[in-house]
Design a protein around this ligand. Sequence first.
Ligand SMILES: [Zn+2]
Length: 356
Amino acid sequence: MFRSKGSSILELLSTSLARSGKGSNAKRAQRVEGALQPAFKQAQNSFVPSRHYQSPFLRPAPYQHFRGRKPWWQSQSTVRIMLVVGGAGGVYYVAHIETVPYTHRRHAVLVSPATERSLGAQTFKQFRDEAEAAGKLLPAQHPVSRAVREVGLRIAAVAQEDVDGQPIQHMKDLQWEFAVINEPGNVNAFVAPGGKVVFYTGLLQLLKTKNEIAAVMGHEAAHVVARHTGEKLSSTLIFAVLQVAAGLLLGIHLPADLAQLVIFLPNSRKQESEADAIGMQLAAKACFNPGAAALVFQKLGAAEQQQGVQIPTMLRTHPLSKDRVKAIEHNLPKAEQQYELAGCNAPKGFFGSGAW
Ligand SMILES: [Zn+2]
């Protein structure tokens, strides 16, 4: 014989009835009812409702006091979502890896050339309008503006093609623009995507020949060729996504300062060196003396020393001028080869005076 909770209730019931064998019906009923109370209580306590019909809303809430949050990797659905999102992100990243013309370095550019061009046009307009409003924009007919434009257009023409003469897709149909801003204390030049170049007179007063202007112009055009702005925007975007993911999934805060030191500054220096190397080839293809770049960076190095500010290499966006001169000397034979191939028709070692 086997026992169950049901049989124990019946046993209790029969025992109670046997005990109440004599007396009036009413009294007997009361005694039965009294005797049944413990049986009902036991039945109530032993009753476990079927899970199938138990409303989740009626289930007692478990105590929360010592319940920790379940880690995301223990939740199958969250892991699945993470894998899908991570996989899609990885596919998107790989699909946007491209090869830098001239150097053949591989890099990911997640923004489209159209987006880059639009950002470049806005930036250029802003700088030019502000300079104009401040009376600092050199007129287009000024000899310095004309020299910058002439050198710029010659380099822009050759920058449309790769080292082997193949057209570079994102360099097609660019609207190159040049502006010279009269700030004698500003030894600088920059390019915005889409071929928008700004020179400051502080730099131009150091450059005595068109070959020297071409060295800077080649460097600036090289940033456009190598899509360095798009690459920088992409790194910033990827870091922002990683920062959010690390915060949400691991509860870790990725500090932006550390990323600046470990990722962005080294990348920036790498891009500058790459722009130097490509720039020399562009200048040479446009029949400017590629060796002028060494002279320009020697002058920049001297200007830096005059300013007396020594920034440690780790914190620099640009490589040290003396390191750049060394790299330029290393890259010179390749650029001279471009000069020959372009049919610039000068005997080896002679590139003309290139005076303004
Ligand atoms: Zn640069």
